[in-house]
Design a protein around this ligand. Structure first.
Ligand code: B12
Ligand code: SF4
Length: 564
């Protein structure tokens, strides 16, 4: 029996521009969009592939193509190949793009069945607004298997994907340095505003529920790509502490010093303890601080300032996230919260406007009270420009102005996040100065290598620092580096010159406002017959690995991604 063919696609670019389908504030870069957005030259730049699409493609048996960030023309070209199913993944602010793509399917591939998936499917009456044949409102792997009549019990296989691409620091292009790990989706905490928790039915759906499974994936990724750093795309990874403990036990048994970037709520961090996290090799933690005035259950009884200081002291960079325009916020209390989140000493701060997103408890409440600005197109519903609900104390123009000033205040007060991150690396190294523990000694050697690696960037940061506070901080960090590692040698001084030239070019680019990097198009084919290179799986039994077209930097470049 012929298996149906499947095309899974993200929405089309370009991104981060004011056009019929998107907004300039809505750039496709996590940090530049909502974290370091006002830090100019110092903003950390990188894109992510659409992880969910690769996970699904890896775990169905049908011949499948993943098209990530196509142009409209590239999408049409792919459609003409005549797929049985075309799956479009979209989030709420990309509603107009999904609508356009569905219309293109009907026009150019009338025999294909359209599947809509992703967070945008929670838009009320979406079924009457976008052409479709099927809608997946939630977890997709098992849903797709069911649609295609496949075996639901087959073990889930983890895709091998770079955690980011297009990475730049101070304008210097960087090779891919980490892979992504997708342990599961959803979070049971049900914070009233949280789109992810509500989208996945307020519970956690694990794909890999044991430390052993995760360890096997890490090893496989290391074998195939050489990467030992992992960005863990799981809303609240430490909610399953036993899984993390088993993972660490296996790493120690096999002397593997993998490192992990995590999202985790404060209660879970408190439960496992900072020492455990440092030993596990956590190098980055994203914590939802949210607000000082409205304390969410996950933060009850936690001294966030002390926790963040302890994490940093152990070499763990922290991103503290705050919500602006909560109901009780007025001009005084919103600044109280901005100052509070900025005062916690985190390396990175995200400010996000409260956003009643379809499917959440918040959305239902605001809808009931008639507070939603349904006259605003969904392209505006993204949290970095103007709120899309009526607030008793702020006009829309004030919300745009205040979020920008919040980022600016944080940057002016604390200096570039890059600098703070490098400071944390050094603190971690110093914390291990006297260790005799063989496993931690291994980690210390890695940290020292990393510290030497970033040292040339420090002088460049000092040269471009935007205010006296940042210059002082840069001098302090440079002094601490030189005390710990010694004065930079000739090679490092030469690298400083090279980095300086790249930074100057980038600074000029930023100054003229040309500050959007578009992602390239990725096309990855799975199980398309003899031409496909058969390859091993990442974990357990399951389908063959695809011919991966993603760019693994210098270490393991395979087929170049299509670039149109
Ligand atoms: C990585 C990420 C990004 C990347 C996007 C990379 C990309 N290639 O598109 C970046 C950093 C660029 C980004 C930007 C933004 N993002 Co974002 N992002 C995420 C994040 C953290 C992870 C997504 C992910 O990979 N999850 C893991 C995979 C496995 O899950 P998944 O993608 O949901 O896919 C599963 C299901 O949804 C489903 N599925 C998805 N698509 C499809 C398609 C089909 C056909 C089927 C059958 C099933 C299916 O199956 C998958 C497997 O179960 C999520 C939060 C989260 N933890 O999910 C927010 C999230 C998706 N982002 C969100 C938002 C709002 C944004 C921004 C507007 C910025 C902002 N203000 O937060 C911008 C928009 C940029 C733009 N112009 O498009 C919201 C979406 C809210 C909503 N209801 O629409 C989320 C949920 C975060 C939040 N605030 O709650 N984001
Ligand atoms: S803890 Fe974080 S991921 Fe979980 S529901 Fe709350 S905001 Fe969402």
């Amino acid at each position: 029996m012929r298996r149906p063919s499947v095309l899974l696609t993200s929405v089309f670019g370009p991104f981060g521009l004011d056009d019929a389908y998107g907004r300039k504030e809505n750039v496709l870069e996590l940090f530049h969009n909502q974290v370091t957005r006002e830090q100019g030259l110092f903003s950390l730049r990188f894109n992510h592939q659409s992880f969910g699409l690769y996970l699904m493609a890896e775990n169905i048996e049908a011949p499948t193509t993943v098209l990530d960030f196509p142009s409209q023309a590239r999408f049409i070209r792919e459609l003409r190949k005549g797929y049985d199913y075309v799956g479009i993944s979209f989030i709420v602010p990309n509603f107009a793009k999904a609508q356009r793509m569905a219309a293109l399917v009907r026009e150019h591939a009338p025999k294909s069945q359209i599947i809509l998936g992703g967070h945008g499917t929670r838009i009320p009456r979406v079924e009457t607004l976008i052409e479709h044949d099927h809608i997946c409102r939630g977890e997709g792997v098992f849903w797709l298997r069911r649609l295609l009549g496949e075996d639901l019990d087959r073990p889930v296989v983890h895709p091998v994907i770079a955690s980011s691409f297009n990475k730049r620091m101070l304008g210097i292009p960087l090779a891919v340095d980490a892979a992504v790990l997708l342990p599961g989706v959803g979070c049971p905490n049900q914070c009233r505003f949280c789109a992810t928790s509500h989208f996945f039915d307020k519970r956690y759906t694990p794909y890999f529920d044991t430390g052993r499974a995760l360890f096997d994936i890490c090893r496989k990724v290391e074998d195939q790509t050489g990467h030992t750093d992992f960005f863990v795309m799981d809303e609240n990874f430490l909610k399953r502490p036993e899984r993390a403990r088993e993972l660490l036990a296996l790493m120690e048994e096999h002397d593997k010093t993998y490192r992990f970037g995590l999202f985790s709520s404060a209660e879970t961090i408190r439960d496992v303890g900072v020492d455990f996290l440092a030993r596990l090799g956590v190098y980055f933690l994203w914590i939802g601080v949210e607000s000082k005035v409205e304390v969410f259950e996950k933060n009850l009884g936690v001294d966030l300032g002390a926790m963040i200081r302890e994490l940093k002291g152990n070499g763990i960079s922290v991103l503290a996230s705050g919500i602006l325009f909560l109901e009780h916020h007025d001009l005084a209390t919103i600044w109280e919260d901005i100052e509070y989140v900025s005062s916690l000493g985190a390396d990175f701060v995200q400010f996000m406007q409260l956003g009643p997103l379809p499917g959440t408890q918040l959305y239902r409440e605001y809808d009931r009270k008639g507070m939603l600005r349904k006259d605003l197109p969904y392209e505006e519903w993204h949290g970095q420009h103007r709120i899309w609900f009526t607030h008793p104390n702020f006009t829309p123009a004030q919300t745009e102005n205040l979020i920008r000033r919040a980022f600016q205040y944080e940057y002016d007060t604390n200096g570039p996040s890059l600098l703070r991150m490098f400071e944390t690396t050094l603190l971690g190294l110093r914390a291990l100065a006297d260790t005799r523990d063989p496993y931690l000694l291994h980690r210390r050697r890695n940290m020292e290598r990393e510290a030497r690696h970033v040292r040339p960037a420090l002088s460049v940061i000092l040269r471009h620092a935007h205010n006296e506070r940042s210059r002082d901080l840069a001098r302090e960090v440079i002094r601490a580096y030189d005390e710990t590692l010694g004065e930079p040698g000739l090679k490092q001084r030469l690298l400083t010159v090279v980095a300086g030239a790249a930074a100057l070019r980038e600074a000029m680019r930023v100054a003229v406002g040309a500050n959007v990097y578009q992602p390239k198009t990725f096309r990855t084919r799975y199980r398309w017959g003899a031409k496909q290179r058969a390859s091993e799986q990442v974990s357990g039994r399951g389908p063959k690995r695809p011919a991966i077209e993603m760019d693994w930097g210098q270490r393991a470049a395979r087929v170049a991604p299509t670039n149109d």
